[in-house]
Design a protein around this ligand. Structure first.
Ligand code: NAD
Length: 255
């Protein structure tokens, strides 16, 4: 751990705080084996981002097939939470966590033990699929099984509408309730910790600034520099799976 002073500072912030908000992006899950989007070996090095617009999904059957292929890749690999997810779950057990706002769709904060009411999934979840016409939801494993059994382009069995992963595609509106809760939680936080996000996908990436402007201490734990580093009270450019357990160890020592 290169940056011991910064770890200590973040632990102090947490000890003094009552309402810690954790904001996670794809980088919190790379140590679980799930690629992020924008790193050199990220998902966009293998898939075309255009295939993930809602317009392309609706209009192009071949794009839908590539979409299901990526969902299958993510679901069948049985990814597990890593030490960074477990550290966030521990923050909740210590009574410090106000909420975890995640841009991720992988469900790993649930798997690590954070309670569902503390998790705000801004971009939805791949654990479910939804009908684009009647809004019916069904488990993703069920849809993937239908694909395995030969259905190339699954449609809703209730109304015949198109099925899609219950995630927010490019061009699709953000979920209103989740976004509102995330804004309130951010505004009321006393420490706001970004973990593994390039902070370029808006409106989610605006939440750290809302928190900072409302008086929270802003911490950024991200491998690569972000445009918001200059606004943060502490910035740590190391792996989340190393930094976050070290922070929690220090918190435990002083608690
Ligand atoms: P991003 O790909 O734009 O950025 C990820 C950031 O994490 C990078 O800046 C990288 O330097 C950093 N990073 C990578 N590994 C790290 C590690 N071990 N420790 C610390 N930092 C690390 O991701 P984003 O900001 O989340 O935005 C892109 C969108 O990607 C999100 O909206 C999300 O929905 C989606 N996405 C989600 C998943 C997932 O659910 N796991 C995976 C890929 C993409």
């Amino acid at each position: 751990m290169k940056d011991k002073d910064s770890v200590e500072k973040v632990a102090d912030f947490i000890l003094q705080a009552d309402r810690v908000v954790v904001f996670t992006g794809a980088g919190v899950s790379t140590e679980s084996g799930i690629s992020d989007f924008r790193s050199p070996d990220g998902i966009w090095s293998r898939y075309d981002p255009e295939d993930f617009t809602i317009q392309r999904f609706i209009s192009d059957k071949e794009a839908r097939k590539r979409n299901w292929q990526l969902r299958k890749e993510l679901i069948s690999a049985d990814y597990q939470p890593n030490p960074a997810h477990h550290a966030v779950a521990e923050l909740e057990r210590l009574g410090k966590l106000s909420c975890v706002i995640t841009q991720n769709i992988d469900g790993l904060h649930h798997a690590a033990g954070n309670s569902a009411e503390k998790i705000i999934e801004l971009h939805g979840t791949i654990k479910y699929a939804k009908c684009l016409r009647c809004d019916d939801r069904l488990p993703m494993v069920e849809v993937l099984r239908r694909i395995d059994e030969g259905e190339e382009d699954p449609h809703c069995r209730k109304c015949g509408g198109l099925l899609k992963a219950a995630t927010v595609s490019f061009g699709e509106a953000m979920p209103i309730d989740e976004m509102r809760r995330a804004e309130i939680c951010s505004r009321n936080s006393d420490v706001f910790i970004v973990i593994g996000s390039s902070l370029v996908v808006y409106p989610a990436a605006g939440l750290p600034l809302i928190a900072k402007q409302a008086g929270a201490r802003l911490v950024i734990v991200n491998y690569a520099p972000t445009d918001m580093d200059g606004r943060a009270d502490v910035v740590i450019h190391e792996k989340a799976g190393i930094v976050m357990p070290a922070v929690l160890e220090r918190v435990r020592e002083m608690f």
